[in-house]
Design a protein around this ligand. Sequence first.
Ligand code: ATP
Ligand code: MG
Ligand code: MG
Ligand code: MG
Length: 438
Amino acid sequence: MRLSRYFLPILKETPKEAEIVSHRLMLRTGMIRQEAAGIYAWLPIGLKVLRKVEQVVREEQNRAGAIELLMPTIQSADLWRESGRYDDYGKEMLRIQDRHEREMLFGPTNEEMITEIFRAYVRSYRDLPLNLYHIQWKFRDEVRPRFGVMRSREFLMKDAYSFDLDQEGARASYNRMFVAYLRTFARLGLKAIPMVAESGPIGGDMSHEFIILARTGESEVFCDKALLDLPIPAEDTDFDSDLSPIVSEWLSFYAATDEKHEPTRFEAEVPAERRISARGIEVGHIFYFGTKYSEPMKAVIAGPDGVERPVHMGSYGIGPTRLVAAIIEASHDEAGIVWPDSVAPFDVGLINLKAGDPMTDTACGDLYDKLRAAGRDVLYDDTDERAGAKFATMDVIGLPWQLIVGPKGLAEGTVEIKRRATGERHALSAESALARLA
Ligand code: ATP
Ligand code: MG
Ligand code: MG
Ligand code: MG
């Protein structure tokens, strides 16, 4: 993409309304624009990152055996009356009336709808286990939308729902999502720690929030430092095998949000030098809730004995829009964002230091074509801005690599490459630069 033809509305000033660094940087780099309180438009460079985050989430859901579908954003109130949640959900739910005065709502989550779909088609234990997910916009009328897309009212969620014959099966489904989540967040360059969370009326130990430690996080969390160094399950993990040894290892170290925190246990189990008491951002939440929806909504399956019983369910959420902000919170410096390779909006930023100079234009055009032919996504700054402004723009938008080309270097037969994360710069021949980046 040539910057002269792109839409990258970088702001010169730091927006005053933004309280946290990710929100400031997302506004400054033209990733998002607020259209109403807690409601954002995703501008081109922001959308590119969001799509990449989504894709990592999708790949890891698929790897774990979950199957993608797509449910609508608008739901009927009647569905929620069946589960009894229509009245309980309260003001966070955006309620809408259509022209026939039918009560509708903008979905804050999809347990009811997926249960309705399941019961329409699945009758036998032979069709289980089943895990269905979608990546769809949600609306929650948050009391205090803030920090940009970190806590917005309209936000994207990946929500998966598992169906099993019994609690034992449900635990295996839970473990698959647990491992998928560890892999997902690691691929996004994040250290997300699964922490015991409030599990509601069902009880048991089957609810975990995945939390990233960050000063600006809204949750208060307590955990063992050892969790930061545990190995992430490999790409070739067999999701058909028993995953409980992996899950048990993670759960053997203390980690809890403030609601579930037990100070005496924390002090007894964790040596003083390994105790982390910090703030965190919830980026995912997995949850087993048994027959909470299947019972009232009559989603029943026949077991091997022919007897019908309500199906056991779990739900598994990740917030891709919140994750974009969380990644920035975890990866930035004074100059701006430092994107992990896996989600960077472009792979390489090509800087032409003297647009209009025939030799520089030709060299840049050639590098641009060759990098693109090699499958790299390149943002080519072909504008006539000053060099300093170009460097600042590339730094603030945080592309992993910069390729800097100017007449001085070219006269000596060199271009420069810069790694954004470390700031390291090397002068080398155009061929070597290509070999490095392509
Ligand atoms: P929070 O405690 O932050 O309000 P939650 O517990 O209400 O989140 P869940 O119902 O567990 O959220 O939803 C699953 C995921 O959706 C969360 O882990 C988070 O990543 C994302 N999410 C929830 N609410 C928001 C929001 N208002 N803005 C952006 N992402 C959100
Ligand atoms: Mg909430
Ligand atoms: Mg929460
Ligand atoms: Mg939650």
